[in-house]
Design a protein around this ligand. Structure first.
Ligand SMILES: NC(=O)c1ccc[n+]([C@@H]2O[C@H](COP(=O)([O-])OP(=O)(O)OC[C@H]3O[C@@H](n4cnc5c(N)ncnc54)[C@H](OP(=O)(O)O)[C@@H]3O)[C@@H](O)[C@H]2O)c1
Length: 293
């Protein structure tokens, strides 16, 4: 398949491009800068110059592709307004991609977050989160899944809080960045809340399998580790950086504070069984040992 990928130069996208090429696909990569275009080209993809806000470029990308995987997101968590702007940009981009694919039967793989389910690991059958600072992303993904009845083989890969590679990425990566800036490896509350995780190389395999095989309207969990206690994550980060490990106020995490504080383990058992997907790469706590002081 010729696959139009947004976010192809990111942590997950770069793993995905390699996975697609190794399995006989070609990649057209949205690239918002010369540097991103060079990175995409060096990885073996064909760059298409444009940003998420360039809706005509997105339509042009769809017109040249057999399928689409939408990963790009402007990760600006500096304020509630900045995050809302990124969510609005993502919503417009995803609905444009979906409309351009309508009636074609081609696949559209979207990205969502694993939901929370009080007191237990969430499953693929649980609904996406529709409250909180990134709820708009969940609603956009549900609208995209609804295109299954309009001739789009739309699917969602739900990602856990941390998709990691070489000790970086996701929420654990944000904890590491804050620890470096503040001199404390912190966690909100008592740190007993659990976050799920997956290695980016394993997530990339699942995106490919979903693109190739999954039925329209279905959702999948790219979960390898069901839930690490946040204080255990902070402990590895603190040890690697030689910093004290302690509870810090939820406000430290800005608009993401409520999400950082929530217990949200998740399961990928159904996905592993039905799609035959087996995570093979290091767990989050193992991978964090790659953090360098
Ligand atoms: N990593 C995780 O733990 C995790 C967990 C849950 C969900 N997710 C979601 O998974 C997706 C990929 O995450 P990631 O960790 O790979 O992200 P990442 O490393 O931050 O990469 C983001 C990608 O999006 C591109 N991008 C950002 N803003 C753009 C814009 N305005 N126009 C065009 N391209 C733009 C970036 O391009 P440049 O190279 O030009 O910067 C880059 O290719 C995101 O939707 C993210 O929210 C990730």
């Amino acid at each position: 398949m010729r696959v139009f990928v947004t976010g192809a130069t990111g942590l997950i996208g770069s793993a995905l491009v390699a996975e697609l090429l190794e399995n006989g696909h070609t990649v057209l990569a949205l690239a918002r800068s010369d540097a991103s275009a060079l990175t995409a080209e060096a990885a073996g993809a064909e760059p298409l110059r444009g940003a998420l806000a360039d809706l005509d470029i997105l339509r042009a990308g769809v017109a040249q592709a057999d399928g689409v995987i939408h990963l790009a997101f402007a990760h600006d968590f500096s304020s509630t307004d900045a995050l809302a702007k990124a969510v609005a940009e993502d919503n417009a981009a995803l609905s444009t991609l979906g409309e351009a694919l309508a009636g074609s039967g081609r696949p559209l793989v979207t990205v969502a977050g694993t939901p929370g389910a009080p007191g237990r690991a969430s499953t693929e059958a649980d609904p996406l989160m529709t409250e909180g600072p990134v709820a708009g992303r969940g609603r956009a993904v549900m609208a995209a899944l609804g295109l299954a009845s309009h001739g789009v083989r739309s699917t969602a890969v739900r990602l856990p809080r941390t998709v990691h590679n070489q000790g970086t990425g996701g929420f654990a990566g944000l904890l590491t960045g804050i620890a470096r800036r503040t001199g404390v490896s912190g966690y909100p509350g008592d740190g007993a809340q659990r976050w799920p995780a997956v290695h980016a190389l394993d997530a990339a395999v699942l995106f490919r399998v979903v693109l190739e095989q999954a039925e329209a309207g279905t959702s999948w969990h790219a979960v390898a580790d069901e839930g690490d206690k946040v204080r255990d994550i902070a402990a590895v980060i603190g040890r690697r950086l030689g910093l004290p490990v302690e509870s810090v106020p939820e406000a430290t995490y800005g608009p993401l504070g409520p999400i950082f504080a929530a217990d949200q383990p998740s399961s990928g058992t159904h996905t592993q069984r039905v799609l035959g997907w087996t995570p093979r790469h290091p767990s989050l706590l193992e991978d964090l040992e790659n953090i360098q002081p």
